[in-house]
Design a protein around this ligand. Structure first.
Ligand code: NAX
Length: 332
């Protein structure tokens, strides 16, 4: 059997982690033959809750799990890790200003970046889920400069999955018949879910999604709005934010990173921009990517019409502002 992979999950006592840990533990991400050491990080006041999660994970009696460590110390949690799910973040509390929220998250991701810099494997693959995910990922990378920037990402897979499910429902086909939807930009309500290059298989024939749906008005308005506001709709209905679907998306993201994308299909991930599609270098921006041998490549050469350009630039502008506000909070 292979050597165990060391996988850290932060925010491990929270609701996303509750679903995520089970999926990771049973091999949905790294494979059914890959033993794991799971490192669970949360803050000191949550240690009792985290202990309950550890008891439950033990009680699942999953043979792949070779070791379980629960801690409130980043210096323990990030030691020699191969993969990191960064779920923990400061939630927005009533009356909290956006600036205060950014400041609190800069503090968290700075400390965790510094711990990673010292302790994580240089090959560690990191996905940030905790919001504001794109900017938190930038801060993390800034404080772990010896780890390649390409090893940091943020999650927009939930947005991609939501978009895929909406189109599949519209076409009355199963979700695997819809592929290559792109989420551009920020994991926020300015994100741009783009179907111009997406494909759908309908009655055995593969066509583009606009050809299959034949309703430009729906695609440009209702569809985009539904995806952008899906998180808020779930909160309104459930009185809690998306957790099961967020955990599934985090698993999809990391599994594709470790195992690769297939058959010319791409997926969306927030990655550091290299200037592709005119997006400012250094922004953590969601692009369509393919992955081979754990290397992420931004899909090149897609045609961008005026409608798309405007939306891609608007979400980039929001990210630029967010990052510059966050960097202003970084006191080195
Ligand atoms: P919960 O509040 O249930 O759990 C968060 C956990 O993080 C808590 O146990 C908390 O104690 C812990 N935490 C806080 N600061 C920490 C620190 N410094 N180190 C370690 N742990 C820390 O939230 P949950 O519903 O699990 O959501 C987690 C994050 O995911 C939130 O920031 C949320 O906004 C974000 N989301 C991101 C999504 C995405 O698509 N990128 C979608 C789902 C979700 O809204």
């Amino acid at each position: 059997m292979a050597e165990p992979l060391r996988v850290v999950v932060t925010g491990a006592a929270g609701q996303i982690a509750y679903s995520l840990l089970f999926s990771v533990a049973k091999g949905d991400v790294f494979g059914k033959d890959q033993p794991l050491e799971l490192l669970l990080l949360d803050i000191t006041p949550m240690m009792e809750v985290l202990n309950g999660v550890v008891m439950e994970l033990m009680d699942c009696a999953i043979p792949l799990v070779k070791n379980l460590v629960a801690t409130d110390d980043p210096n323990v949690a990030f030691k020699d890790v191969d993969a990191a799910f960064m779920v923990g973040a400061m939630p927005r509390k009533e009356g909290m200003e956006r600036k205060d929220l950014l400041k609190a998250n800069v503090k968290i991701f700075k400390a965790q970046g510094q711990a990673m810099e010292k302790l994580a494997k240089k090959s560690v693959k990191v996905v940030v889920v905790g919001n504001p995910a794109n900017t938190n990922a930038c801060i993390l990378s800034k404080y772990a400069p010896s780890i390649p920037k390409e090893n940091f990402s943020c999650m927009t897979r939930l947005d991609q999955n939501r978009a895929q499910a909406q189109i599949a429902a519209k076409l009355n086909v199963s979700t695997e018949k819809v592929s290559n939807i792109i989420i551009w930009g920020n994991h926020s309500s300015t994100q741009f879910p783009d179907v111009a290059h997406a494909k759908a298989e309908v009655q055995g024939k593969v066509v583009t999604v606009p050809e299959a749906v034949q309703d430009d008005n729906f695609l440009k308005n209702e569809f985009i709005k539904t995806v952008q506001q899906r998180g808020a709709a779930v909160i309104k209905a459930r009185k809690l934010s998306s957790a099961m679907s967020a955990a599934k998306a985090a698993c999809d993201h990391m599994r594709d990173w470790f195992i690769g994308t297939k058959g010319g299909n791409w997926v969306s991930m927030g990655v550091i921009s290299d200037g592709s599609y005119g997006i400012k270098e250094g922004l953590m921006y969601s692009f369509p990517v393919t992955i081979e041998n754990k290397k992420i490549t931004i899909v090149q050469g897609l045609s961008i019409n005026e409608f798309a350009r405007e939306k891609m630039d608007a979400t980039a502008k929001e990210l630029e502002q967010e990052l510059s506000d966050a960097l202003a909070e970084c006191v080195d």
